[in-house]
Design a binder for this molecule. Structure first.
Ligand SMILES: Cc1cc2nc3c(=O)[nH]c(=O)nc-3n(C[C@H](O)[C@H](O)[C@H](O)COP(=O)(O)OP(=O)(O)OC[C@H]3O[C@@H](n4cnc5c(N)ncnc54)[C@H](O)[C@@H]3O)c2cc1C
Length: 510
């Protein structure tokens, strides 16, 4: 940062205190003067973490950022501190009625499957410690719980967030990390003169449950290639584990461990019509649950020849969370005035590629680096912040939209491809998930190329010479190191008519 500008530390308000909110508070620790996080839940234990998906997988790009950069804390996070159980480098697809292996995908690099609550608890602990030790120049973070921010509470130009009847939080930067139903997104779009986008069902619902290791039968263990839970001693990880994908007619389930005590995470995708036929209205709310009777009927009526070990797992999933997956078009802007949205608020996506969290982590990296560079420059703080927001959109929009588009469209390929073809296409086509399979022009695995690009971007920011149009920015932002490849993806995946719909003078403005 230039000597003249060392005191230019913005006040930051963050709406939403889950993964995106906590990570933003950590990432901006030495850039912000004050940080206030406003969260709807009453406290950490009241957060919708278990029904909303007990486990998440992070792929090489975001693991690299969390573990090998200073994004969260100096030196990064370790797998042990997050109780990551294994580095599952193989995805194995099997038939639902025979258990026969139909495809196997090997992906080098480090992947973390995490228990969502363990992850957020760790982030929250770090946020609490932030700025409290002597000589530490990091901003302390105030958490305001139990406040449901409404779009009308956010004044994007004044930089204020109304918190209940008594208090107004004033900030130079408002970050909307408030998820798929974001209030900050609505405030930004309204202030920019755009209409509110409607999400539409993509045709699938998801049932999600976690089971302790002790519940799993030997047959289930064999099927999923899970090691015996008692094997690793403290601090060691399970070796040779896989992500198991079981596929059948119009269904797919994904299973992997998410904690060092062996906790298994299962996600079952089924067509809406099966869920809604049996229970109309089910899955509309984030808190919807299915009971044992529903799971029994799923096994007996819809997936009758299912392997007995699998069927047992399903039958035991009484109380599992269920919700309908919906998609939303790419947005014409992510910011207005002093407010910007990140993560699911900016680009919500179906979980078929397991990439939403990775995208929020990448957004935060971009926000941190670009803000750091902008604040070091000559423009006044307001202008520097506006420039940062424009730059974040510039480097993140296409990347996030492409991952969003691939994630949302995944199930629709089922009619034209067989399972094996589809699995390969998904893996190879996804610029995030298992991107390590793709080699760049020099034959370097993509995750290594990404890591290299990231380091070069950090160095350029430190030296105050980051040029948004430079090739490293293209590498970093797009993750593709091959410009032709990138161009091809952009053309094939982003539909022009989606953008036309968003033109200010277009039909959906109101
Ligand atoms: C079934 C499923 C499986 C998934 N699996 C993976 C995976 O394997 N890998 C992966 O990378 N991603 C996965 N994802 C996606 C991932 O969960 C999301 O992308 C990620 O949680 C987004 O984080 P976020 O912080 O942007 O939003 P959220 O996690 O939605 O957090 C938003 C926070 O804001 C709060 N909030 C909301 N509205 C308000 C308001 N008006 N006022 C105040 N506070 C508010 C909420 O209470 C919440 O705490 C999965 C998602 C689902 C549904």
């Amino acid at each position: 940062m230039s000597p003249n500008n060392t005191s230019r530390k913005p006040r930051v308000a963050i709406v939403g205190g889950a993964i995106g909110g906590c990570l933003t508070a950590l990432a901006l620790r030495d850039i912000a003067s004050t940080i206030v996080v406003i969260e709807r839940a009453a406290n950490l234990s009241e957060m919708d973490l278990d029904l909303g998906g007990g486990g998440i997988t992070l792929f090489t790009n975001s693991v690299d950022l969390l573990s090998r950069s200073d994004l969260v804390q100096p030196g990064g996070l370790t797998a042990e501190s997050l109780r990551v159980p294994s580095n599952a480098q193989t995805i194995v697809l099997r038939e639902w009625y025979s258990g026969k292996e139909t495809n196997r995908i090997e992906a080098p690099g480090e992947h973390w499957s995490l228990h969502r609550r363990t992850f957020i608890t760790k982030l929250y602990e770090l946020v609490e410690q932030q700025g409290r030790s002597e000589g530490d120049h990091n901003a302390q973070v105030e958490f305001i719980w139990n406040v449901n921010v409404r779009p009308e509470d956010v004044d994007t130009l004044a930089g204020t967030v109304k918190v209940g009847n008594e208090r107004v939080v004033k900030a130079d930067i408002i970050v909307g990390a408030d998820g798929v139903k974001s209030a900050v997104r609505r405030a930004i779009l309204r202030a920019s003169g755009f209409g509110t986008p409607k999400s539409v069902p993509i045709g699938f619902s998801v049932i999600r449950f976690n089971q302790p290791d002790s519940c799993l039968s030997q047959e289930t263990r064999r099927l999923m290639n899970l090691q015996d839970c008692s094997k690793p001693s403290q601090g060691e990880r399970f070796q040779g584990e896989q992500i198991a994908v079981v596929h059948g007619p119009f269904m797919r389930s994904v299973h992997y461990r998410i904690r060092d005590d062996g906790l298994l995470n299962s996600v079952v995708y089924i067509p809406d019509d099966i869920v809604l036929r049996d229970r109309p209205g089910l899955g509309r709310s984030w808190r919807s649950q299915v009971d044992g009777e529903f799971m029994n009927s799923l096994v007996d009526k819809h997936y009758a020849p299912m392997l007995p070990g699998m069927a047992d797992m399903y039958r035991q999933a009484d109380g599992a969370g269920v919700w309908q997956l919906r998609s939303m078009p790419a947005l014409p802007t992510w910011s207005h005035g002093k407010a910007i949205i990140i993560g699911d608020a900016a680009h919500p996506m179906a979980p078929f590629q397991g990439s939403g969290t990775s995208m929020v982590i990448e957004d935060i990296e971009a926000l941190r680096l670009l803000l750091k560079q902008s604040l070091a420059g000559p423009p006044a703080m307001d202008e520097a912040i506006r420039n940062t927001f424009d730059s974040v959109y510039k480097v993140r929009f296409l990347r996030a939209s492409i991952v969003q588009t691939i994630s949302d469209r995944t199930p629709f390929q089922r009619d034209v491809l067989d399972q094996k073809q589809r699995a390969s296409l998904e893996m190879e086509g996804n610029p995030n998930n298992m991107g390590s399979l793709i080699l760049n022009e020099d034959g370097m695995p993509l995750h290594e190329a990404y890591s290299k690009a990231r380091k070069r971007v950090e160095e350029a920011v430190e030296a105050e010479r980051l040029d948004l149009d430079s090739p490293i920015i293209v590498q970093w932002a797009m993750v593709y190191t091959n410009a032709d490849e990138w161009q091809k993806s952009k053309e094939s995946l982003i539909l022009d008519d989606e953008h036309d719909l968003w033109r200010k003078d277009g039909p959906s403005r109101t």
